[in-house]
Design a protein around this ligand. Structure first.
Ligand code: NAD
Length: 243
């Protein structure tokens, strides 16, 4: 189905990658919006909003999608738990794909992390390590946050189990904690490692993105998939048929 996109955050790194992906995939970018541009009138000629901007923009875009009966793809990361709690009920009233990572490889990493957590169990200490470019504003990354959620779900732990880095006399590691470490530097597009360490062996799952085109193509694919679907919050696992 031919669709037209309203792109929010078009001046940014991901915005530019989405414009290139639309051109490659033959999808029309009907409107390009960024800070200081009101999307209200531009939305009428578009079918789906794609957003790669800032968490501050999400509520307004979701409300616009709801009022105008449009679908939305949210790629922006960095929302707090409180923000998500407020936004999810609005998102569920529109066809919405909300994913911390749109790459096919990372979505396979999500599935393998769940399987490894289930098979290895709590005898294996789990830690998540991520690295991104120096310009990234949120930490840990949305992808790391999703990997941690999966590990916590499988281990029946809550967010209190997370250890965001370690410093000083921290004491011995317990098997009810899950470590997370964010590295920042240079132009790294996005590296994620999930590490499971036991006495006698270590198992690591790693994904390295070298071109943000993979996220942009995934987001455009999600926009094509979600347009015309019934309201609900979907993720990339649904788009790829992995759910
Ligand atoms: P960036 O800083 O290069 O670009 C952000 C753009 O959004 C800028 O042009 C900025 O002016 C604009 N912007 C900021 N606030 C806005 C607002 N309120 N309304 C409209 N536009 C606004 O950042 P980036 O590297 O392009 O990343 C953007 C977001 O996408 C980040 O949250 C990042 O973590 C996320 N991201 C997600 C994925 C994924 O697969 N889900 C992949 C890469 C990046």
């Amino acid at each position: 189905m031919a669709i037209s996109i309203l792109l929010n955050g078009y001046k940014g790194r991901m915005g530019q990658a989405v414009i290139a992906a639309c051109s490659d995939l033959g999808v029309t970018v009907g409107a390009q919006v960024d800070v200081g541009i009101d999307p209200t009138s531009a939305i009428d000629t578009c079918d789906v909003i794609i957003d790669f901007s800032s968490p501050k923009a999400t509520q307004g875009l979701l409300e616009l999608a709801k009022v105008k009966g449009k679908a939305i793809v949210i790629g922006t990361t960095g929302h707090t738990a409180e923000e998500k709690k407020l936004l999810l009920p609005i998102a569920s009233q529109v066809p919405c794909v909300w994913a911390g990572n749109f790459s096919v490889g990372v979505n396979l990493l999500f599935a393998l992390t769940r399987q490894a957590s289930r098979i290895l169990g709590s005898d294996y200490d789990a830690e998540v390590i991520e690295m991104h470019h120096r310009f990234k504003k949120d930490s840990p990354s949305g992808t790391a946050a999703r990997l941690l959620e999966i590990i916590l779900e499988e281990r029946k732990l809550n967010a209190d189990a997370l250890r965001h880095g370690r410093e000083g006399i921290t004491g011995e590691r317990t098997n009810t904690e899950v470590g997370v470490h964010s590295l920042r530097g240079g132009d790294v597009v996005g590296d994620h490692t999930v590490l499971f360490a036991a006495l006698g062996e270590r198992f690591e799952l790693t994904h390295k993105a070298s071109d943000r085109a993979i996220f942009a193509r995934g987001a455009v694919r999600a926009a094509q998939w979600v347009s015309g679907r019934k309201p609900g919050v979907y993720d990339m696992q649904d788009v790829l048929g992995l759910a």
